[in-house]
Design a protein around this ligand. Structure first.
Ligand code: GCO
Length: 476
C-alpha cells in the first residue's frame, strides 16, 4: 500500500483540562468550584475517594508539561481555563484574580516559546460554586455570567490564543450533572434538568461566540467553536427501524447540542423534539419538557461557530427493539427508548464505556461532513485508558491510536475538512468519578511521588514518530 501522509499544516496535539491536572485548588486566590465542593463533601461518590486538590500539580509543573509537548514534537496543545481561578467571586466583589491570569499567561507563553499553538477551552466542567448556589446552568442569567467570563479570557489571552472552545461536552454538563447524578453538581433532575441546561448552555455558547466575533476577532483574528462529545451510534441491523432508532439516539446524545448551532435551519432536532413533546403530554406535562427556542434565540444560536470540536472515543449499535442481544449498555437518556449494544469482539479498555469500535472515527467525521455541510473540524479528544498497573507498556493504546489515525486519514481522503487532532491525554490525570483508576496518559504520572513524576509510555514514542514523520508506520 502506498504511504499515506498527514498534511504538513495538520495540527497534532494533546488535550487536558484544568481540574484534571492543575491541583492548587485553593492557592493564590482561586475560588471553590463544583468539583472541589463535591469531592470534599461527598468523597464516596468517587471510585477511589480521591479528588483534584493536587492532581498532576500542573499549576507548579507547567514547565515540565511544555517540555513533554516538545519531547512529543507537538504542533498544538489543548488545555482549559479554570473559571474560579480567574473570577473567584464571579458576582461580587467582582475582581479578576491577577495570580490566576499570571498562571495562564506563563503557561501560554511557555508554549509559544516553542511554537506550540495553544487551544483553550473556556469551560471544562469546573463551575464556580457560587454560581451553582444560584442554580448554575439552570439559572436564566447563566448565559450572561458566561459571556462576562469569556470576555475576561478573550481580553487577557486572546492576543496569543487563536483557537477558542466555549464548552466541553454539553452532554456531560447537562445530562450527567443536572439531569443525572453522575457528575458534579449531581442534581438528578431527571425530567427537565438536561433540557433546561441545554437551552441555557446553547445561549451561553452563542453569547460567547458573538462577543468574540464582534468585539475581539477583528483585532485578534482567531477562531471560536464548541466541543461536542460525539459517540458513534450505528444501526444494529440494516432495518429501517434500526436506522431510525440510531438517528434518534444520535439526536438525544449530541444532536440537541449540534443541530441548533451547525444545521442550516437551526433549532432542536425535529424527530427527537417530537418524541419528547409527545411523551411529555402523555406524562401529564402541559407542554414539552424540551423548552422552546424563540425565533430570535434560534437565529442567535444558528451558525455561531468557526469550527466543530469533536471528542470521539467509541461507538455502540442501536436497535429499535430492546433487550435484543447480550451486552446491553444501559441507555443514558430515557426519552429515547432503544437498545444499545457493543459486540463482544470489541476490545475493552479500563473504562466501562470505552471499547475499540471499528471505523467509528471515520463514521463520525463523514457523518458530520454530510450533515452540516462540511464544517471545519478539530478532533479535540480521542484516547484510551488502561489500568495503572499496566505501567509503561501500553500496546492496546497504540493499537487504538493507530486505528483512529488511520480512520482520520480515510476521512481526509473522503474530503472531510479536518484541521487537527488532539490526543487525550498528554499525561495521566484525575478521571472525574473514576479518580486515578483509569489513566489515559501518553505519559504516566506517578501520583504517589511528591514531584508527580512524568514518564513517557511506549505510546508516547509511537505518537511522537507519527507527528514527526506524518506517516503511520505499523512497524514502529
Ligand atoms: C471528556 C473529558 C475528559 C475525560 C476524557 C476521558 O470529554 O469526557 O473531556 O475530561 O477525561 O474524555 O474520559
Amino acid at each position: 500500500q502506498q504511504e499515506r501522509r498527514f498534511p504538513d499544516d495538520f495540527l497534532f496535539g494533546t488535550a487536558t483540562a484544568s481540574y484534571q491536572i492543575e491541583g492548587a485548588w485553593n492557592v493564590d486566590g482561586k475560588g471553590e468550584n463544583i468539583w472541589d465542593r463535591m469531592t470534599h463533601t461527598k468523597p464516596h461518590v468517587i471510585k477511589d475517594m480521591s479528588n483534584g486538590d493536587i492532581a498532576a500539580n500542573s499549576y507548579y509543573n507547567y514547565k515540565r508539561d511544555v517540555e513533554m509537548m516538545r519531547e512529543l514534537g507537538l504542533d498544538a496543545y489543548r488545555f482549559s481555563i479554570s473559571w474560579s481561578r480567574i473570577l473567584p467571586n464571579p458576582l461580587a466583589p467582582y475582581e479578576v484574580n491577577q495570580a490566576g491570569v499570571d498562571f495562564y499567561n506563563n503557561y501560554i507563553n511557555e508554549m509559544l516559546k516553542y511554537n506550540i499553538t495553544p487551544m483553550a477551552t473556556i469551560y471544562h466542567w469546573d463551575l464556580p460554586q457560587k454560581l451553582q448556589d444560584l442554580g448554575g446552568l439552570l439559572n436564566p442569567l447563566f448565559p450572561e455570567w458566561f459571556e462576562d467570563y469569556a470576555r475576561v479570557v478573550f481580553e487577557n489571552f486572546g492576543d496569543r490564543v487563536k483557537l477558542w472552545i466555549t464548552f466541553n461536552e454539553p452532554i456531560v454538563i447537562c445530562y450527567q450533572g443536572y439531569g443525572g447524578n453522575v457528575k458534579a453538581p449531581l442534581l438528578n433532575l431527571t425530567d427537565v434538568g438536561t433540557y433546561y441546561c441545554a437551552k441555557n448552555l446553547l445561549l451561553a455558547h452563542a453569547k460567547g461566540y458573538h462577543a468574540y466575533n464582534n468585539d475581539f476577532k477583528p483585532a485578534q483574528n482567531g477562531e471560536c467553536g464548541i466541543t461536542i462529545g460525539v459517540t458513534w451510534y450505528g444501526p444494529l441491523t440494516d432495518s429501517e427501524e434500526d436506522h431510525y432508532a440510531a438517528e434518534l439516539k444520535r439526536q438525544v446524545e449530541w444532536g440537541i447540542y449540534a443541530e441548533p448551532i451547525f444545521s442550516e435551519q437551526g433549532g432542536f432536532p425535529k424527530e427527537f423534539a417530537e418524541v419528547v413533546a409527545q411523551k411529555s403530554i402523555e406524562q401529564g406535562y402541559k407542554k414539552s419538557r424540551l423548552p422552546e427556542l424563540t425565533e430570535e434565540e434560534r437565529k442567535f444560536i444558528q451558525g455561531s461557530f468557526d469550527f466543530f470540536g469533536v471528542n470521539h472515543y467509541t461507538a455502540s449499535l442501536v436497535s429499535a427493539n430492546e433487550h435484543k442481544t447480550v451486552n446491553a449498555v444501559p441507555s443514558m437518556l430515557d426519552d429515547v427508548d432503544v437498545g444499545v449494544y457493543t459486540p463482544d469482539d470489541w476490545l475493552s479498555s479500563a473504562t466501562d464505556w470505552l471499547k475499540m469500535a471499528p471505523n467509528s472515527m471515520y463514521n463520525v467525521l463523514t457523518h458530520l461532513k454530510e450533515k452540516y455541510n462540511n464544517p471545519a473540524l478539530y478532533i479535540t479528544e480521542n484516547g484510551w485508558s488502561q489500568v495503572p498497573e499496566a505501567g509503561l507498556i501500553d500496546d492496546d493504546r497504540i493499537v487504538y491510536y493507530r486505528a483512529a489515525l488511520n480512520s482520520v486519514l480515510d476521512s481526509l481522503e473522503a474530503g472531510v475538512n479536518l484541521k487537527g487532532y488532539m490526543a487525550w491525554s498528554l499525561m495521566d490525570n484525575y478521571e472525574w468519578m473514576k479518580g486515578y483508576t483509569e489513566p489515559f496518559g501518553l505519559y504516566e504520572v506517578d501520583f504517589k511521588s511528591e514531584a508527580k513524576t512524568r514518564t513517557p509510555r511506549k505510546s508516547a514514542f509511537v505518537y511522537k514518530q507519527i507527528v514527526k514523520t506524518r506517516v503511520i508506520d505499523p512497524n514502529y
